[in-house]
Design a protein around this ligand. Structure first.
Ligand code: PEP
Ligand code: MG
Length: 777
């Protein structure tokens, strides 16, 4: 114990110390045990620290960690600690140390330490160490071969645990002490200190009320916080949350571990998808939360706790739910409302996993078919991302805050929203007419006919820049000097094809067929795929449908397709490589595509092609299937999303009818930055001049062979990106459905000569910032 005390102070804070020995002396311990010593008058520990409750630990392995966790939890409770230092009743001490406390800070996976290497830092983010900076911190910490601990006041957390970091409850300008030990301790400290001190822009709504409407007769009102501007008028509808039922016990812990592992990896893949989708639709600010959710699902603390429960014969679902609930409870008790609201995020991420482990769903959360003002306890980011502005006129939640991710997403979807309105929200009758005033944060229930009419008039008087775009959405996108650009939609599901047409899409330029393959236990059959592709083709009524063949593998694991674990999934067996490695899967899909082609204008697109031989092989398999079926030839193209495909574009162009450039992946491979990386993802920008020069090279190579070039990555849906791309010679843009009208309108306002000038200036830029600055000039 003395040796330990020399290398690390075992004083925990609040008069509690936990002396223990060195790991190399473990063998000397015959039986794990604790000895509790009370020193009511206190004894000097290390300089400046006075210990009153001293708990000596002799542990052979890690049997004592549970008690240690409970003990660190006690540190929240001054009264209890003071009492334990004097109680004459040993049972009281035993009881306090044995009972887990929901408000306990996390126990570290190893022993608590505060070795010599440590730095102090002040949290720079304007909202404290909340989900985004904490995610970045945990993720960065994991990159170092070092144990990292963060101390804030008397609380400590494992620096690699997002949940632990959040539970510290550090506010803006809060001071933390970061300690590290291990081979890369000093590098870790330098990087983490920088990271935590960085300020982080936060998107908050602070708009001036624009509509000027107020009711003449004030009836029933529910007041909350303004979260997204606008007026919504319609019947209210309470969103009922679903409950997932799980069995408590299970007989086979190994099996349960496996089930949990599978559910976690499926949920992570789904979050990655969602991140991309929301990023495309609403930008990185709204999407970043899904990276934090994925981080929760890799949190070493949470996983270890669930695992310990499984070892005690709890089912995977029960163990997971209890772990998440315990943690969410503790988070929700933090006195910082922003951090406390992370409990919603944790539950949201947890439920994504639970859905795959649970049995009966008692109540289904169903979004209404008719347009309504949605009322809910709270909306998780996943709920918000799933809202269809055509059916949800606005929403009002009992909980949440204007900086919650649901609010950020509402603003980007242009859905008026009020949050933090309290439980009154939940006691409204479904179907009652209401007006939701998103500018002032008020829900008016059952207003008079006169007020309703005035609100309708105020809403239509709001000058909406999108109105004109929306009205002209079916008009072609022709530049002022007469060059026509095709604007198509990116779709994940067959049913989105009709939405694409309604939004002005001239076809579906990218059907991400992998959506049909994810979240299930077996691959979709030929019949099921045929039905889906046919549905999309028919909904398009002759407009083109580009079906991208399965782009899975790597990070989008298919549970029914066991593949060896890969260290670098983005560089692994994914995209077309997976299709070639699993020809039966590929052939089934191709058959379904050829059959569906009888019902529309379908083209085939291969993802992630990186090599000429690979393309020849995919083409040969496709041709074989076509012949077997006696089907007609379909136009075939490849995604250009790997630098090697750009380099070989001329040879590749000779083999296919069209190219579709995937700037999301192309940027990640050109810049060598993982597009889902919590720290780097914001820099993975398809407008980087390095990426633009690759696109330029591709277009030139394709032109030499008469091959058409489109872009279906995220930059095609940005006004500046679209102009630069057409200036580079791209003739088809495929964008997310909500962006179609705006992109068409932008093209109608520019001449090709100007777009070419813009593209030339962008190619000459030195940085992505310089390219983006062109959009402001
Ligand atoms: C891309 O990489 O740009 C692309 C459109 O494909 P995905 O985002 O599905 O990988
Ligand atoms: Mg891609």
């Amino acid at each position: 114990m003395l040796a330990r005390e020399k290398v690390a102070n075992t004083y925990l804070g609040k008069g509690v110390a936990i002396p223990h020995g060195m790991p190399q002396d473990r063998e000397l311990i015959r039986r794990t045990g604790l000895a509790v010593l009370q020193v009511p008058d206190g004894v000097a520990w290390q300089p400046g620290d006075t210990a009153r409750l001293i708990i000596g630990i002799a542990a052979r392995a890690d049997e004592h960690l549970g008690i240690l966790g409970n003990l660190t939890g006690l540190l929240y409770d001054d009264e209890m600690v003071a009492r334990l230092a004097i109680t004459p009743d040993p049972q009281e001490v035993v009881a306090a140390l044995s009972a887990p406390r929901v408000d306990a800070p996390l126990s570290e996976p190893g022993e608590p330490f505060e070795a010599g290497l440590a730095v102090e830092a002040v949290v720079g983010s304007a909202h404290g160490l909340h989900a985004r900076p904490a995610t970045a911190f945990a993720e960065a910490a994991k990159g170092f071969d070092a144990e990292v601990m963060v101390r804030h006041g008397t609380h400590r957390a494992n620096g690699k645990s997002l949940a632990g970091l959040l539970r510290l409850g550090v506010k803006a300008q809060g001071r933390v002490r970061i300690s590290a030990r291990g081979p890369e301790a000093s590098a870790a400290l330098a990087a983490l200190q920088r990271l935590i001190e960085e300020s982080e822009p936060e998107e908050v709504f602070s708009g001036e009320p624009a509509h000027g409407w107020a009711p003449l007769a004030a009836g029933a009102t529910v007041r909350g916080l303004a979260a997204a501007p606008g007026l919504a008028i319609g019947p209210v509808r309470l969103l009922r949350q679903r409950k997932i039922v799980v069995a408590r016990c299970a007989k086979d812990p190994e099996r349960e571990r496996q089930r949990l592992g599978e559910a976690l990896s499926m949920a992570r893949a789904e979050l990655q998808e969602l991140y991309q989708e929301v990023r495309e639709r609403s930008g990185p600010a709204g999407a970043a939360i899904f990276l934090a959710h994925a981080e929760f699902l890799s949190d070493p603390e949470l996983l270890a706790r669930a695992d310990r429960r499984i070892a005690r014969d709890e089912s995977a679902g029960w163990a997971w739910r209890e772990t998440i609930e315990e943690e969410a409870e503790s988070l929700s008790k933090l006195d910082d409302p922003l951090l406390a609201s992370r409990a919603t995020d944790l539950r949201d991420a947890g439920t994504r996993v639970l859905r795959r482990l649970g049995g009966v769903i008692e109540e289904k959360a169903e979004l209404p078919r008719e347009p309504v003002i949605l009322l809910a306890e709270d909306l998780t980011p996943s709920d918000a991302a799933g809202l269809d502005p055509a059916r949800v006129l606005g929403f009002c939640t009992a909980g949440g805050g204007p900086t919650s991710h649901a609010a950020i997403i509402a603003r980007s979807l242009e859905i008026p929203a009020v949050v933090g309105a309290g439980p009154a929200v939940l006691h409204q009758r479904d179907g009652v007419p209401a007006v939701l005033d998103g500018d002032n944060g008020i829900l008016y229930i059952d207003p008079s006919e006169e007020d309703l009419a005035a609100a309708r008039a105020a809403r239509s008087a709001l000058v909406h820049p999108c109105d004109e775009e929306h009205r002209d959405r079916h008009e072609p996108a022709v530049t002022t000097d007469g060059v026509r650009i095709e604007v198509d939609a990116n779709a994940g599901l067959a049913k989105e094809a009709s939405q694409a047409v309604a939004a002005g899409g001239e076809g579906v330029g990218l059907l991400r067929s992998e959506f049909l393959f994810l979240e299930r236990d077996t691959a979709p059959s030929e019949e099921e795929q045929y039905a889906a592709y046919r549905e999309a083709a028919e909904a398009l009524g002759g407009l083109p449908l580009i079906v991208r063949t399965l782009d899975a593998g790597g990070d989008k694991a298919l549970p029914y397709l066991p593949m060896p674990a890969e260290e670098n999934p983005f560089l692994g067996v994914r995209g077309i490589r997976l299709c070639i490695a699993r020809p039966e899967l590929f052939r089934t899909q191709l058959r379904a595509i050829f059959r569906a082609a009888a019902h529309g204008s379908i083209k085939i697109l291969y993802p992630m092609v990186s090599d000429v031989a690979e393309l020849r092989e995919a083409l040969a398999i496709t041709e074989e299937v076509r012949r077997e079926m006696g089907a007609g030839r379909l136009e075939t193209g490849i995604m250009i999303e790997v630098p090697s495909a750009v380099a070989m574009a001329s040879e590749l162009a000779g083999l296919v009818d069209f190219f579709s450039i995937g700037t999301n992946d192309l940027a990640q491979y050109v810049l060598a930055m993982d597009r889902g990386h919590p720290l780097l993802a914001r820099q993975v920008d398809g407008l980087h001049p390095a990426v633009l020069r690759m696109i330029d090279q591709t277009v030139r190579a394709a032109a030499g062979k008469g091959t058409r070039v489109g872009v279906c990555g995220g930059v095609a849906g940005e006004p500046l990106g679209a102009l630069i791309l057409i200036g580079l010679g791209v003739t088809e843009l495929s964008v997310s459905i909500p962006s179609i009208a705006a992109i068409k309108a932008r093209i109608r306002n520019v001449s090709m000569a100007d777009a070419q000038g813009l593209a030339r200036r962008a190619l000459a830029c030195e940085s992505v910032e310089a390219v983006r600055a062109l959009g402001k000039g």
